[in-house]
Write a protein that binds this ligand. Structure first.
Ligand code: NAD
Ligand code: AKB
Length: 318
């Protein structure tokens, strides 16, 4: 596509990064997509293009990499997610906030043209309308992660309004994929359950059976991300995170759907501290603004996602 500058992904070895790097490389060319993370990456990522070991909190090294590769876009994925952040409060706040500040500052100083920073349904809280949660509503999160995402959204909006930084954001729901493992969220059960099901072992769920949460299949999340980043600036009317939605389900409904393919699969429930986190989140999301502003539309249904996950994970097991 005639790129002269590079795209940098920070936190590239995580659940989203592992897939996003490969899709960006497919679209823009391997050498123009620089993966970076504290930890090493998958073989596929390491072998197909540049990789840099980077702690996003090392401001000098971040600057050095941006200059070295002539970076004009940054996807900042490094964060501690909800369950982990409840255990490591200060570490989560430092990473989730200062990583963002350092990238926004580089954009303000003219080193970067465009920034992607993911937010989450965690910006909402127990006082938010639970079903069809609107784009603009009560946001009173009661988790460390949610507080950091809400503050981050406001900083994105501030840097856009005050300094013209082109920063874009989505409020992802729980993401489900078979290519990479999730890293410490409350919605991780919805990935782990598939691995247990194909291994033929029972699944112990840390959420109770009726906990309904919004979720999305990873190909849709990647599509939404790239669509937002490619949208003409005038269509990106919100510089806080856009609500995006696909489907919602409870652990019990997910187990029932899996049982259509693996009849002997069993689940039991043993709720832990993550139940409180999930109880504060919406059960479904209204994403009208994303649909209207830049044409978002999900492709994958709940039923298709379950079938596709099981097919792909079974190939690995057999
Ligand atoms: P993840 O935990 O799987 O990956 C995060 C990556 O960041 C890891 O590879 C980790 O090694 C890296 N990292 C941690 N500290 C770092 C540091 N100091 N410097 C550089 N890299 C560092 O997370 P994910 O699921 O890929 O999520 C990516 C982003 O999307 C996060 O901001 C998260 O809040 C957001 N998000 C994810 C989901 C989801 O369901 N996966 C939902 C909503 C929002
Ligand atoms: C988590 O559970 O922390 C994430 C999220 C919804 O932000 N998956």
């Amino acid at each position: 596509m005639g790129r002269k500058k590079s795209i940098l992904i920070i936190g590239a070895s995580g659940q989203i990064g592992t897939e996003l790097v490969m899709e960006l490389r497919r679209q823009y060319g391997n050498k123009y997509v620089v993966a970076s993370d504290l930890k090493t990456a998958s073989q596929e990522v390491l072998e197909s293009g540049p990789f840099e070991q980077l702690d996003v909190l090392d401001r000098d090294k971040l600057h050095e990499i941006v200059v070295k590769y002539n970076v004009d876009q940054v996807y900042l994925l490094a964060a501690l997610l909800s369950a982990m952040a409840e255990q490591k409060i200060m570490q989560a706040w430092n990473l989730n906030m200062y990583g963002l500040f350092y990238v926004l500052e580089l954009a303000k100083e003219g080193f970067i043209d465009k920034v992607y920073w993911p937010s989450s349904i965690a910006v909402f809280g127990p006082n938010t309308p639970k079903s069809d949660t609107p784009q603009t509503t009560i946001t009173e999160p009661v988790t460390v992660y949610g507080i950091s995402k809400l503050a981050g959204e406001q900083w994105c909006s501030y840097y856009h309004q005050k300094f013209g930084v082109d920063v874009r954001s989505l409020r992802y729901p729980g993401l489900i994929g078979y290519k990479s493992a999730p890293g410490g969220g409350t919605t991780d059960y919805a990935v782990d359950i598939f691995h247990k099901a194909v291994a033929g072992v029972p699944f112990e769920c840390y959420l109770e059976k009726h906990t309904r949460l919004p979720m999305m299949y990873m190909p849709d999340a990647i599509k939404a991300t790239l669509q937002l980043m490619e949208a003409p600036a005038e269509q990106v009317k919100l510089r806080v995170g856009y609500n995006v939605a696909a489907f919602s389900f409870t652990p019990e409904e997910l187990a029932m759907e899996i049982r259509k393919h693996i009849p002997g699969f069993t689940i039991n429930y043993n709720p832990d501290f993550r139940q409180r986190v999930a109880d504060g989140w919406p059960s479904s999301i209204d994403d009208t603004c994303a649909r209207k502003d830049w044409g978002w539309k999900n492709d994958y249904s709940f039923e298709y996602m379950v079938q596709d996950m099981l097919e792909h994970l079974s190939e690995v097991v057999t």
